[in-house]
Design a protein around this ligand. Structure first.
Ligand code: PLP
Length: 453
């Protein structure tokens, strides 16, 4: 079987990382992922459908693990940022690859516990954690990433006198600028996340005598979908200074958590570094910064989300209506859109698409791929060279494994899609398709309004 990568054609291009690693064409040129034909999955499960490729996820997890081992002389742990896609199946997969997990809510914590992630490999993030979320993390021994004084005040009240101290990691804003969308940039000083760097000393000093807290780590995250390596290099020096300070104040800090942020290829012109190249820069910079300051090497933690799962996923749609605005634009609509993929409307994100059964067909028109929501901005791809497609054809948007299912909504009361995990010719349902009736489950009708009929 030929792989799409060998064809040299758009849009399933020869470039790395656009499609899942298991993507190939069958003998009739139809796109397969994980040994399953996408158009057949569309028939079996309906559309829109999220398809996740197990082989791709395992390959990325292994690349993180092996790169950390290869490039960092100390202990290390890659922690999956589950906000990218939180589900039982994905938790089970990354747990079985030896990774940890970052959660930001009770929902993500419960999903991780149920999915088999050992709590000692987990961290809880959030700039406004509830007391219930903090209590859940504490009761399971999950490390809490303290984002602000509010977290510390709540924990001081929550930990019983004489109880085990809460395992803490302190998050601070490192003051590092990087080039990414404003909404996913977090390392600059004007961010809602983390302690200001000036607060680190007083906070660490105040915590030094506290029996209820044990400061085991420091954390910073500079943003997401970043292709540059220099900001990560700069971060190492800032974090090593903080590590020195914390240890001088008597804290048994073992973990240095540099966050996530490695970008992925959504379109051919994207050129992110590989996981190995990213880890190498981070690991060497942390090693050097610690050695320059005479510090014993910490355990190096990182929190990849997007780079672990985005390229493993595709979304399968059915083509519907076409509207030609003469001389202006041709709209082709699919049966999903901003409720299953809010990234284009939120971040102006770009994607690549192809037809499931004719992925290498020559583009002969320019279309704008529209969603079905009642919103003019509900456009998945704009001005896309594409082969003329018929209503009823199955269309695939690539690299939708991260921040799609997890950011999906019921806008326009559209049910969320199903999700399947594919591997070696088998497809397993990992999330059932919502039904319109499900959307009424939490609605209540006051009796007085019923009688108004
Ligand atoms: N860690 C933290 C604290 C984050 O806020 C995020 C994303 O927003 C991540 C990790 C994951 O980032 P990415 O998906 O870019 O790897």
């Amino acid at each position: 079987m030929a792989t799409p990568y060998e064809s040299g054609c758009d849009p399933v291009s020869p470039n790395r990382n656009l499609a899942p690693v298991s993507a190939e064409l069958d003998d009739q040129g139809r796109l397969m992922v994980g040994g399953c034909r996408l158009s057949e999955l569309a028939e079996r499960y309906g559309t829109p459908l999220y398809v996740l490729d197990e082989q791709s996820i395992r390959a990325s997890a292994q690349e993180y693990r092996e790169a950390l081992k290869r490039h960092y002389p100390g202990d290390s742990l890659a922690v999956y940022a589950s906000k990218a896609h939180s589900s039982l199946a994905l938790t089970g997969l990354v747990a079985s690859e030896g990774l940890g997990l970052d959660a930001v809510s009770a929902g993500e914590l419960l999903t991780a516990f149920d999915g088999g992630m050992p709590p000692e490999r987990m961290v809880l993030h959030g700039n406004n954690k509830s007391v219930e979320e903090l209590a859940l993390a504490y009761s399971h021994g999950v490390m809490v990433v303290a984002d602000n004084q509010h977290d510390l005040d709540c924990l001081a009240e929550l930990v019983p006198k004489g109880g085990a101290p809460v395992r803490l990691m302190l998050r601070f804003t490192p003051g590092i600028e990087c080039h990414t969308h404003e909404y996913i940039r977090t390392g600059h000083l004007d961010s809602k996340f983390g302690f200001d760097p000036d607060q680190l000393q007083p906070v660490l000093t105040a915590l030094a005598g506290c029996a209820w807290a044990r400061v085991e780590g420091l954390h910073a995250h500079i943003g997401s979908q970043i292709f540059e390596l220099d900001p990560h290099r700069d971060l190492a020096a800032v974090m090593a200074d903080a590590l020195k300070l914390a240890r001088e104040l008597g804290h048994p800090v073992r973990d240095l958590n540099v966050g996530g942020g490695l970008g992925i290829r959504y379109v051919e012109s994207d050129d992110p570094p590989s996981i190995d190249a990213w880890v190498k820069v981070v690991a060497e910079a942390v090693t050097l910064a610690c050695r320059e300051r005479g510090l014993e090497l910490p355990r190096l933690m990182c929190e990849p989300g997007r780079s672990l799962v985005a390229s493993s996923g595709v979304t399968v749609y059915t083509v519907g209506a076409r509207k030609v605005v003469p001389g202006i634009r041709t709209y082709v609509s699919v049966d999903g859109g901003m409720s299953d993929n809010p990234r284009p409307i939120t971040y102006q994100s770009l994607y690549t698409a192809c037809l499931a059964d004719r992925p290498l067909a020559t583009a002969d028109e320019t279309i704008t791929l529209a969603g079905k929501h009642c919103e003019s901005g509900d456009v998945l791809l704009k001005d896309l060279p594409f082969p003329t497609c018929r209503s009823g054809e199955v269309l695939v948007v690539l690299a939708t494994g991260a921040y799609n299912l997890s950011m999906s909504s019921n806008y326009n009361r559209i049910p969320r899609p199903a999700a399947v995990l594919v591997h070696q010719g088998e497809a397993e349902l990992i999330q059932r398709r919502e039904q319109p009736e499900d959307l009424l489950r939490y609605d209540l009708m006051p009796d007085r309004l019923r009688s108004l009929k």
